[in-house]
Each structure stands twice: as C-alpha cells, then as structure tokens.
Design a protein around this ligand. Structure first.
Ligand SMILES: NC(=O)c1ccc[n+]([C@@H]2O[C@H](COP(=O)([O-])OP(=O)(O)OC[C@H]3O[C@@H](n4cnc5c(N)ncnc54)[C@H](OP(=O)(O)O)[C@@H]3O)[C@@H](O)[C@H]2O)c1
Length: 324
C-alpha cells in the first residue's frame, strides 16, 4: 500500500503517523508533505527516517492508495480533487467537503458501510462531533433521541500547533490574544469560529449539521454551546439527551461496555486522564429530572479520536471492505 500524509508536521498529521502503528497499517511507501516552513524536516518512524516534502501542484499527480489530508480547508480545496483525478483515495480531515451530499462523512463504527465500493474524497468529521455521535448512535438505537443539548470545553490543540503556542506563550507572560478572540490563559471563551446571523459560532453549526449527516437523522434537534478552555489536549462535553422512551441507565452502560470504542468510568475522567487514549470516555450518566432524559460527561482526545485515529480507522475499513 502507498500512503501519503499532507500536513504531516501538524498536530493531527503527526498523530496520523503514530496511528498507523495503533491500527497496524502496513505500507510499502509513506510520503510526508507540508508547506515550505517544514519541508526538509526529518521524521523518524518504524526505524526509518522520512524527509518531509514540499507540497506542490505536481506532488499528488502520483497515485497513492490513500492520501490523508490534514493541512486545512484551503489546501484540501486546492489539491484533493487533483489527487482523486490521479486515482488516489483522499481522506480529508478539514471541513472543506463535509457538507457536500455526495461525499460521505464517516465515523467507521456508525456509517462505515458507506465506504463499500466508494472511490474519491471521504470526509472526516469535526473533532467535537466524533466523540459525541459514538454515544448518541447507541442511545438513539435503544430509546430514540428527541433532543440533545451540549456544552463543550475544548482544548487549544483543537486549533493546531498555533493554538498550543498561544496558550503556552500567554502562560509565559505574552499579552497578545494570539490565535483566539480573547486571552485564553486563565480564561474560557464561548466562541469557536465566526458567528452566523442566528448567534451560533461555526463549531456549533458543525456539531449540528455533521451529527445529522453521520447519524442519518436530518431533523435531529441538537443545539450546542462550544467553549475554548485553557487545556492542551482533549475536548470535554456535557451532554443532555431527551429520549422518546424511559431510560434504564444500566442498559446504556452495558451497551457502551460491549463496544471497543467507548470506555465507561463509574467515577469520571478529566482531560489529563485520557490524553493517551483513542477512545470516547463517558461518565456521570444520570437522570435529568425525568426518566426519559439523561445528562452525561464525555471526554476524548481531539487530536486522536477526534481527528487522526478516526481518519486511520476510515483508511483501514475502506481497505478491508474493498479488497479482493
Ligand atoms: N487539531 C484538531 O484537534 C483537529 C481536529 C479535527 C480536525 N482538524 C483539522 O485538521 C487540519 C489540521 O489541523 P492541525 O490541528 O493538525 O493543524 P496544525 O497543527 O496547524 O498543522 C497544519 C499542518 O498543515 C500544513 N500546511 C499548512 N499549509 C500548508 C500548505 N500550503 N501546503 C502543505 N501543508 C501545509 C502544516 O505544515 P507546516 O509545518 O509546514 O506549517 C502542518 O503540517 C485542519 O483542517 C483542522 O481543522 C484538527
């Protein structure tokens, strides 16, 4: 198998390389691309040293079995279709193609069967959405969801390496706002992305639209408040869910425990506890005033499950269900 990673020096790109090990992906050739800034950088992986290549118009004229894009929307829009035209399958981590009807938006455990016989661009969902829909999918199958209300607590790595440096620089006395609309150190900011005419910021709109598409429930009543917090890795979410039927909480926990992608903790998890995990961690499941509504606490590493791990799982599943 020939694999390329575009944006290999970023927070997600570096984790994609690491996830090739986590998910036992074998390849004959691995090519790493970045911008002028990091071209020439050396990355050691599986006892080999790879030199990061500058991405140019010619780079992706070569056919790869899979190209993982993780360099932002504008790079994906500029290069992904050319890569597909050259015969490569693109797994795109940006928001560039997620809302296009003909492009599958995949969480393998939920709608991975859409990958059967599919060639072209595959979209990887938003980080805060992936960890949540894995839970919602199971709960919906059991009790049918009527309404979801989420508040997120999102780490600075969600904005890439400049998000991390903004927080660390401010911690060292920098007074500039850096990557965010306000100072993030010792603060919380209830805005991720620009606001629309209805008062929702981009991350909130993504959570609603992407959840609807992945779960294939286009009238899903889901509203989010997304908040940036001064945490390095992992997004936390407080999720209220109203169901069509009364809920037995232990039944939900049993179903979560039967998966290999959700980990239930009878106490609770904090971001620091789960930053090395590729799972969606859930705790504090409790009734929300009535037997047909619950509230829970969900934490997951946004760079792992929310991006790199999901992308590599898409690659693995696509390969497995289409080989022969
Ligand atoms: N971080 C998350 O939790 C997360 C979660 C889900 C989705 N995403 C999405 O994943 C993408 C990458 O995020 P990130 O957090 O990894 O960002 P990042 O840390 O800022 O890394 C960006 C990467 O893109 C490369 N790049 C930038 N411009 C390029 C160009 N013109 N040509 C080639 N490479 C270029 C950078 O290379 P240089 O080193 O040369 O600058 C770097 O490797 C974004 O679309 C983001 O929205 C991120």
């Amino acid at each position: 198998m020939k694999i390329a990673i575009v944006g290999a020096t970023g927070e997600v790109g570096k984790m994609m390389i690491s996830c090739l090990n986590d998910y036992s992906i074998d390849y004959e050739k691995l090519t790493l691309f970045a911008s002028q800034k990091s071209a020439g950088q050396q990355i050691k992986f599986r006892k080999k040293t790879y030199t990061v290549q500058l991405l140019t118009d010619k780079s992706l004229q070569e056919k790869y079995d899979y190209i993982l894009f993780s360099a932002g929307s504008s790079v994906s829009k500029q290069y992904a279709q050319d890569a597909v035209n050259a015969g490569s399958i693109v797994i795109d981590n940006s928001s560039a193609f997620r809302r296009i009807d003909t492009i599958p938006l995949i969480v393998p455990e939920i709608n991975g069967t859409l990958l059967k016989d599919y060639q072209g661009i595959i979209a990887n969902p938003n980080c805060s959405t992936i960890q949540m829909v894995l839970l919602l999918n199971i709960i919906n199958k059991l009790y049918t969801i009527e309404k979801v209300v989420i508040t997120t607590f999102q780490s600075v790595s969600g904005s890439g390496y400049t998000g991390i440096s903004t927080l660390l620089n401010q911690r060292n006395g920098d007074k500039n706002i850096g990557k965010y609309p306000r100072i993030i150190d010792l603060n919380v900011i209830p805005q991720i992305g620009d606001f629309d005419d209805f008062g929702y910021c981009e991350e909130e709109v993504k959570m609603t639209n992407e959840s609807r598409k992945i779960l294939n429930i286009y009238d899903l009543d889901l509203t989010a408040t997304t908040v940036r917090v001064p945490v390095l890795y992992c997004h936390s979410e407080s999720i209220y869910i109203k169901l069509k039927k009364d809920v037995i909480i232990n039944q939900i926990i049993d179903h979560f425990n039967q998966t290999d992608y959700i980990k239930y903790n009878p106490i609770y998890d904090c971001p620091i506890d789960v930053q090395d995990s590729n799972l969606s961690h859930v705790s504090r499941i409790r009734y929300a005033g009535s037997k047909n509504s619950i509230t829970l606490w969900n934490v997951s590493n946004n760079v792992r499950l929310g991006a790199a791990a999901n992308a590599v799982k898409i690659l693995k599943m696509h390969y497995q269900i289409n080989k022969s």
